[in-house]
Ligand binder design. Structure first.
Ligand SMILES: Cc1cc2nc3c(=O)[nH]c(=O)nc-3n(C[C@H](O)[C@H](O)[C@H](O)COP(=O)(O)OP(=O)(O)OC[C@H]3O[C@@H](n4cnc5c(N)ncnc54)[C@H](O)[C@@H]3O)c2cc1C
Length: 432
């Protein structure tokens, strides 16, 4: 079993590490100061300058396929990149990203939305949550009624990230009320791509974090049939695909922040003296450091195991839910401990700990709350779709004649029937 990275992979990670040290960390004080004045921490022009700089070195579209100008990196590499970026709270991300479901667009939509999103000339947002439908996304009520060749969308969406700046929204609406009532969500919901100038409006929602999502209002917004993304009635599967696109990446980013906070905590503990000794010599403080280091290491392996399953083409949803849940719970414990190590200083706005404290709280809520991840994990186990005995040495895939392992997707492509484990794993996807 070789868990090491290739030389190329090590080079990529080192490049990101250096980029963060040289270009991102020096911006932290300015970002904090702006945020504390109620301004955007990283203004769009500054973000673009950094993205252009990275692009000059070929860093663009981390997971975007090469045919679209991206790097097409593996999930494991994408996770490692997120860990490095997460070491700073500066809200930077590399350019060249587009929502995974936009790759399902037809050619005309790709030209109008996908390519400009990758190039950064258009901004998207994804809207499924409604005031009455969050965890229970099947309860959405926004409707789209057909009128000739047009559809008329009416309803309200809430907590939409990027909703204030987006040029267009991928909005999910009920197009078959009868089927929806019968619970046939797989046939009743459609995704529409709607430009802001087609008539939807947004209102920013203040939150305890620095990034306010928005409430969107659709008051009889008329769009042509060509606005449908994918197929009519098949939108719910797209929504689940978007939500499940990279659950391992959220805890990966949080993990980078936790590494940094523990380093800050240790530095503080070595230098802060009470009762004649550095607090680093007190067992109470040492235990906080030790428990945090163990949590970080456990999370690292959960994240990498999930990413590795994505790269193999296995059904990774159970592993991704575990990484997301563990990250949400334990990163919040770590930031709390490290704030505690800093005493009163940890609570001030001179240090970024209180910012991380507020930001990390979101990890337990969005893209599937802790409770929903637990529900998924337990259901998959109780139904027998997953096991507590782990994956190691259990090959979920068949091998071809040359002895190469064949992933689930590859099996489907080659028209062979999946193994029992792969079928069970596929069925496990009922809960996302
Ligand atoms: C900052 C932010 C950004 C967001 N960005 C987006 C976005 O871009 N697009 C989008 O569509 N949505 C977005 N969301 C919405 C987010 O996904 C939902 O808030 C989340 O899914 C929870 O839904 P809810 O808020 O309605 O809570 P509810 O579903 O009402 O849940 C309330 C509580 O009940 C618990 N609960 C619910 N059901 C169960 C159950 N069966 N068993 C046990 N406990 C349960 C939940 O875990 C939670 O603790 C965002 C939210 C926030 C806060």
């Amino acid at each position: 079993m070789d868990l090491d990275l290739t030389e190329d992979e090590k080079d990529i990670r080192q490049w990101v590490r250096t980029f963060v040290e040289k270009e991102i960390l020096p911006l932290e004080q300015d970002v904090l100061a702006r945020e504390r004045r109620g301004e955007r921490g990283l203004p769009p022009e500054e973000l673009k300058r950094l993205q252009d700089l990275a692009r000059e070195s070929g860093f663009f579209g981390v997971q975007t396929p090469e045919e679209y100008g991206g790097m097409g990196l593996s999930a494991v590499m994408a996770a490692l990149v997120e860990v490095e970026l997460g070491r700073s709270f500066v809200p930077f991300r590399f350019g060249g990203y587009a929502d995974n479901i936009l790759f399902h667009a037809n050619d005309a939509q790709k030209e109008e939305y996908l390519v400009p999103t990758i190039e950064g000339t258009k901004k998207s947002c994804f809207a499924i949550t409604e005031p009455g439908a969050g965890s229970d996304a099947r309860a959405i009520r926004t409707s789209a009624k057909q009128d000739g060749d047009d559809w008329v969308i009416t309803g309200e969406k809430t907590f939409i990230t990027g909703g204030t700046e987006a040029d267009f929204v991928m909005v999910f609406a009920v197009t078959d009320a009868e089927k929806h009532k019968e619970g046939r969500t797989g046939e009743s919901v459609t995704c529409f791509i709607v430009d802001r100038d087609q008539g939807w409006t947004s209102d920013q929602i203040d939150t305890m974090g620095e990034w306010g999502p928005a409430a969107l209002t659709f008051d009889g917004v008329r769009v042509p049939s060509s606005a449908i993304l994918g197929e009519e009635g098949k939108g719910f599967a797209l929504a689940m695909q978007w939500i499940g696109r990279g659950r391992y990446l959220l805890p990966a980013r949080a993990l980078g922040g936790c590494e940094r906070m523990v380093e800050m905590g240790m530095e503080w503990a070595r230098n802060r003296e009470t009762f004649g000794k550095p607090i680093a010599e007190r067992q109470a403080i040492q235990w906080m450091v030790a428990d945090s280091a163990v949590d970080i290491e456990a999370l690292r392996w959960l994240v990498l195991a999930a990413a590795w399953q994505v790269d193999r083409g296995d059904d990774s949803r159970q592993a991704q839910s575990m990484a997301k849940l563990y990250g949400g719970v334990h990163c919040n414990e770590i930031v709390d401990r490290m704030l505690q190590v800093h005493g009163g200083m940890g609570y001030t706005r001179e240090l970024p700990l209180e910012r991380w404290y507020r930001e990390l709280r979101l990890l337990r809520i969005y893209e599937g709350t802790d409770e929903i991840q637990r529900r998924t994990i337990a259901r998959n186990l109780l139904k027998g779709h997953a096991s507590v005995r782990g994956h190691l040495g259990l090959d979920h895939r068949r091998r071809d004649r040359g002895g190469r392992a064949v992933g689930r997707r590859a099996l489907v492509r080659r028209g062979r029937s999946p193994t029992r484990a792969a079928r069970a794993s596929e069925a496990a996807g009922v809960d996302v």
